[in-house]
Write a protein that binds this ligand. Structure first.
Ligand SMILES: [Zn+2]
Length: 373
């Protein structure tokens, strides 16, 4: 049934009038004969929130969660699974998750054949026959409509004694298929400077504010300048909070010194969904408290990742309706990063509804107790 959205404050885009009309096919339109009305009570309305780093290959990856835990119920209308599946199991991720959820789900295919089937217990690049380029290329062609990039975890425990080599291989596959590369950064080897040398505009650095000693973006002034220069050239810095990959001190310093993330993502999985990550709203509130502007936070959870995923960042007449309705409220919630630092959040993003097509989904943060730690 047709829908009329009223009484909202648009953020992240500029609709042509102060109401949004959605026809019974779920498209934004100029007029409808009769429609139910959703009064947004003065809340903010942005293009739908998008989380560029989640793990939702439930059953095919031991640390993945069910997609509905990080989707419309949390105000998130689009997400990208970040390498839970390699070429061996990608068809399952597609059939059982991507094709069954109301949200738009895309995926980075892991360059390691087994993906994250037993994440960190059986590191995907530390085993024999870890990568099969031919099969990976074939999977990309078969599922090109839902694959948004190639993922490589460039951390010490994952690459074992292969050093930077898997990053080079992943970049070759990405180049050959015209896809972006998403690199997980963490403890060396490989050294961050060697990873940075491989990246070109459009590639993604996830866990950009990790604090693992010796290999952070802020390790030396030269490294930080190099990170800023890459970001200015179009390499995309992605938060990817995670269970071990977000350090308030690194993020605060980087934002203060002019390195703003392209996208704010959760890296939500079994071992952080009940804290410290919880959800995208709480993660965005952390970045706001660390000095990122409100507008940059909205870009980070909405327009920037949406563009990356090929979704409308400025939905107008004719586009499928895809919005998140939320408030920004004063808060005194205590938040935690991945390394044990705590901080009080002065404000909290509170999702109220997600709109996809002509459907309205109620949304809320994962925790309703006001305590986000
Ligand atoms: Zn991850």
């Amino acid at each position: 049934m047709s829908l009329r959205l009223t009484n909202f404050r648009p953020v992240g885009f500029s609709p042509s009038c102060d109401e949004i009309l959605i026809d019974d096919a779920g498209k934004i339109c100029d007029e409808v004969d009769s429609a139910r009305t959703l009064d947004c009570n003065g809340a903010c309305l942005s293009p739908g929130w998008a989380d560029l780093h989640v793990h939702v290959w439930y059953g095919g990856s031991d640390f993945s969660i069910r997609a509905h835990r990080v989707g419309v119920a949390r105000g998130v209308t689009a997400m990208a699974d970040a390498g839970s599946a390699g070429e061996a199991t990608f068809h399952g991720l597609r059939e059982y998750v991507i094709d069954t959820q109301p949200e738009t789900i895309r995926a980075f295919v892991n360059i390691g054949t087994i993906g994250l089937v037993a994440c960190n217990r059986v590191p995907e690049l530390a085993i024999d026959n870890a990568i099969d380029i031919g099969r990976t290329l074939a999977v990309i062609e078969r599922h090109r409509d839902v694959i948004c990039g190639v993922k490589v975890r460039a951390g010490e425990m994952v690459v074992a004694n292969h050093g930077i080599e898997p990053v080079h291989v992943a970049k070759r596959v990405a180049d050959e298929t015209g896809l972006p590369l998403m690199v997980h950064i963490g403890a060396a080897p490989p050294a961050l400077r060697d990873i940075f040398d491989v990246l070109t505009p459009g590639d993604v650095v996830t866990h950009c504010f990790h604090g693992k000693p010796g290999n952070t973006i802020s390790e030396t002034p030269e490294m930080f300048e190099r990170a800023k220069e890459l970001a200015a050239r179009g390499v995309l810095m992605d938060v990817g909070h995670g269970a071990a990959s977000f350090d308030f001190a690194i993020a605060r310093g980087a934002i203060r010194d002019g390195l703003r993330p392209h996208s704010i993502s959760t890296d939500a999985h079994q071992y952080n969904i009940d804290g410290p990550v919880f959800d995208l709203a709480t993660t965005a509130a952390k970045l706001l408290a660390l000095g990122l502007s409100f507008d940059d936070c909205i870009a980070g959870i909405s327009t920037n990742p949406r563009r990356f995923l090929g979704l409308d960042a400025a939905p107008g007449v004719g586009a499928r309706a895809d919005f998140t309705i939320f408030d920004l409220l004063d808060s005194s919630a205590l938040a935690r990063d991945s390394v044990g630092n705590t901080m009080t959040l002065g404000q909290m993003f509170e999702p109220r509804h997600a709109i996809l097509g002509d459907r309205v989904y109620r949304a809320a943060r994962a925790t309703t107790h006001g305590a986000a730690a």
